[in-house]
Design a protein around this ligand. Structure first.
Ligand SMILES: Cc1ncc(COP(=O)(O)O)c(C=O)c1O
Length: 431
């Protein structure tokens, strides 16, 4: 039985070292931190810096311990410092990591991905999700000899100039050939396809609608079918961005349960259980086009990260990973729902159970969400106020029990601070 985080009964957590590091960081790092891990956008009381992690337990630099439900924003699908993955990496690095060319493990990993993913006849590797989504777009354009890519409004596909969510430092030309549709809205998809006309190269879709700060939405069967049909009709590529959800819904790809096969798919995050690796997989039809683009990077052939991916995928198969994450995510969801119902707090839990999102009713500025998350944090559980969270194979029933003890207190805090919340309605939708 796992030990509860030690400060469970100590509602005040100190972040002295974290504060000192933030001061130092502000002097030598623009804004103190960049990108999605900038804790400035999180409520006060959440740490910026961390010191160690193992399994589901994460320690901040002040040595507060948390049961973590962010999994490093997705990569830690087997838990932090998984012994099998780490051993495979150490063994590979003992022989070779970066060299003048890839190791044998490149072929082994590509074979494993082709075996695991029904829509994959081949695979190519890089480092980050952005590398993979960008390569998918390039391959689609190389295949069709056309320019237009359909992209869902508000969807995140990475931080390259063509897709980064903030316009700073980009030009309108970077996005000139993107046409937007609304996820799950077939009419808008068809309209975007019509606008692209005979210049349509690709349709890019997330595994499901997982935009930060919004309720999540699983793809409808009709929408996935329509995207496939549009791509077929206009000889364009259907591109699935499985960077965030990959391996948490179905090891064969997140649209596998829908029976809809993408022509290209982008993977990263969970692929190497924290070691830096991304992949593009594709079907036979796109193989030739994939040879026509030039993409590479000094570190893309690191054999250690490839060994990590082989060990990760193998262990995901062995541990019946998706069923485990779905079951425990379901326990968390059901428990939270009962607590919210008992207190009359209106909240919405959306998306797949293995990638939970919790948002509160009547919470335009996320004040309730912030109070909820900070209260849980003080009781040793790390949640996120407006981004989807992640289950891992390492999560146990004990972890869920600890989380639910914390969420009970956190929901009581919300009910107390926002009495009108108690009149709200609670709702759970999707898987
Ligand atoms: C759906 C999706 N696509 C692409 C990316 C970009 O991945 P990376 O941050 O590794 O470049 C992300 C990252 O969060 C993502 O969630």
């Amino acid at each position: 039985m796992l030990k509860e985080p030690q400060a469970d009964h100590n509602a005040v957590r100190h972040l002295h070292r974290d504060a000192a590091l933030r001061d130092r960081a502000r002097k030598v790092i623009p804004g103190g931190m960049w990108g999605h891990m900038n804790a400035v956008r999180l409520p006060a009381g959440m740490p910026q810096f961390f010191s160690r992690a193992k399994g589901t337990r994460l320690h901040d630099v002040d040595d507060n311990e948390y049961v973590d439900f962010m999994c490093a924003f997705g990569p830690m699908i087997l838990g932090y410092a998984d012994p099998d993955v780490d051993a495979a990496v150490a063994a590979q690095r003992g022989r070779m990591d970066i060299a003048n060319g890839p190791g044998e493990v490149l072929v082994e990993l590509a074979e494993l991905m082709v075996e695991t993913i029904p829509a994959a006849d081949w695979a190519m590797f890089s480092k980050n999700g952005t590398d993979a989504t960008t390569a998918c777009v390039m391959i689609a354009r190389a295949h069709a000899g056309r320019r237009k890519i359909l992209v869902a409004e508000g969807a995140y596909h990475g931080s390259a100039p063509w897709c980064t969510p903030w316009p700073g430092g980009t030009t309108p030309e970077d996005r000139a050939h993107l046409i937007h549709y609304v996820y799950n809205d077939i009419a808008s998809l068809e309209a975007a396809g019509a606008e692209a006309g005979d210049d349509l190269a690709g349709i890019l879709a997330s595994a499901f609608r997982h935009d930060a700060r919004f309720d999540q939405e699983l793809p409808t069967q009709a929408f996935a079918n329509a995207a496939r049909a549009l791509a077929d009709r206009q000889d364009a590529a259907l591109i699935l961005d499985d960077v965030r959800a990959g391996f948490r819904i179905d090891l064969g790809g997140s649209w596998q349960p829908l029976g809809v096969r993408p022509d290209l798919a982008a993977w990263s995050k969970a692929l190497g259980n924290g070691y830096p690796i991304a992949a593009v997989t594709g079907t036979e039809r796109l193989r030739e086009a994939a040879t026509k683009i030039f993409v590479t990077g000094s570190f893309w052939c690191g054999a250690g990260a490839m060994a990590a991916a082989v060990a990760t995928i193998s262990k995901l198969h062995r541990t019946n990973a998706v069923a485990h994450m779905t079951r425990l995510g379901g326990m968390l969801r059901t428990g939270l729902q009962a607590q919210a119902d008992g207190l009359g707090v209106g909240l919405r839990q959306t998306g797949p159970a293995s990638l939970p999102m919790v948002l509160f009713d009547d919470d335009p500025d996320f004040a309730k969400a912030n109070l909820f998350v900070v209260t849980a944090l003080q009781r040793g559980v790390y949640l996120h106020p407006w981004h989807n969270m992640f289950l891992s194979v390492a999560h146990s029933e004990d972890d869920i029990a600890i989380a639910l003890k914390a969420t009970q207190k956190a929901l009581e805090a919300v009910a107390g601070a926002f009495p009108q919340a108690a009149a709200g309605r609670t709702e759970t939708v999707d898987g």
